[in-house]
Design a protein around this ligand. Structure first.
Ligand SMILES: C[C@](O)(CO)[C@H](O)COP(=O)(O)OP(=O)(O)OC[C@H]1O[C@@H](n2ccc(N)nc2=O)[C@H](O)[C@@H]1O
Ligand SMILES: Nc1ncnc2c1ncn2[C@@H]1O[C@H](COP(=O)(O)OP(=O)(O)OP(=O)(O)O)[C@@H](O)[C@H]1O
Length: 296
């Protein structure tokens, strides 16, 4: 990350994997109560922020399928700009935001949420806004259930709708991730009449004691997603030959843990040409944690 007075370049927005995801119930407002372990991985988007001379917030990179107005990056920037105005009475300067997008949309790897979280952390620094980590997490939650986790910035056991977070240690390993080539709409999976919503609560304090190879728990969203989107089922079946393979989030991506980078390369070499696949290392911390003066 390069830091200047007027720009913050090369700010990473890493992906996450849900090592397991249990649906335990449904709230009155329709949102689901979950238990999950979020694992950060070293594969993600890269964002670049440059101050403007006016107060406009602009995404200067075209993102097919995501109009600038509905982009979580712009919506997050607007929220923080309004919050700073509320606190100080002065509207912060506008920003041009550039993005190198590599994460698949509707992939279950949290791309949009991570972009939004990185935007909140970077602009808090660039504008010298001084919000605490907890304040940024609360600001981001209405935009997406995964945003507080990315700002929290450590492998975490999450409860509630994903906002009650507790740091846990997890196995140090590599992951092979397959993109089955479909975009899974999160709301359709949660809204399915076939979704089971009654998995008993578990108690987790140290996730590293769970075996990397056998995998803990399950992803309750997987059964619904694989029925609606056969390519997801095919990827689970193919990768399952090399270890415990499961879907992340509401899909579509499917992952399996391996011990070393060489093991990951060996699996990647065999992935059928119809799928995009990549490897990633488990991260203990978000790369931006500790980089900014607000002690995020
Ligand atoms: C499934 C996960 O990927 C796990 O990490 C996330 O909880 C989903 O997070 P997300 O993609 O940021 O989803 P949001 O944009 O917050 O919600 C999309 C839609 O999914 C449903 N939804 C989401 C999260 C949740 N705990 N219960 C839900 O029922 C709601 O219908 C919501 O309108
Ligand atoms: N910056 C962004 N990057 C990606 N998607 C965005 C962005 N802004 C808004 N979106 C919208 O959000 C939707 C979900 O995208 P995202 O990549 O976060 O899904 P996901 O990986 O399935 O997330 P999750 O694991 O949180 O469910 C996209 O289909 C897109 O319309």
């Amino acid at each position: 990350m390069t830091e200047l007075n007027t720009a913050l370049k090369n700010c990473p927005a890493p992906a996450k994997l849900n090592l397991f995801l249990h649906v335990n119930g449904r709230r009155a407002d329709g949102y689901h109560l979950l238990q999950t372990v979020f694992q950060l991985i070293d594969h993600g988007d890269m964002l670049h922020f440059t101050l403007r001379d006016d107060t406009a917030l602009r995404r200067v990179t075209d993102l097919p399928g995501v109009p600038e107005e509905s982009d979580l990056i712009i919506r997050a920037a607007r929220l923080l700009q309004a919050e700073v105005l509320r606190r100080t009475g002065a509207l912060p300067r506008g920003v041009n935001i550039e993005i190198d997008k590599i994460l698949p949309m509707g992939g279950g790897v949290g791309g949009g949420s991570s972009d939004a979280a990185t935007t909140l952390m970077a602009l808090n620094q660039l504008w010298n806004a001084g919000l605490s980590k907890q304040e940024l997490m609360a600001l981001g939650l209405p935009l997406g259930a995964d945003i507080p986790f990315f700002i929290f910035g450590e492998t975490a056991f999450a409860e509630g709708v994903g906002e009650a977070l507790q740091a846990v240690s997890a196995p140090e390993c590599w992951y092979v991730v397959i993109e089955p080539g479909v975009m899974v709409p999160t709301a359709a999976i949660f809204g399915s009449e076939h979704l089971t919503r009654d998995t008993p609560l578990v108690n987790i304090t140290d996730f590293s004691s769970h075996s990397r190879t056998s995998g803990f728990g399950k992803n309750d969203l997987q059964q619904v997603a694989t029925k609606l989107f056969p390519p997801v089922a095919e990827a689970v079946e193919w990768l399952g030959a090399y270890g415990d393979a499961r879907m992340t989030g509401s899909g579509a991506c499917v992952f399996s843990a391996v011990a070393t980078e060489a093991d990951a390369d060996a699996v990647l070499a065999k992935v059928p040409a119809q799928w995009t696949a990549w490897k990633a290392k488990a991260l203990k911390q978000h790369p931006l944690i500790g980089k900014f003066s607000a002690k995020l």
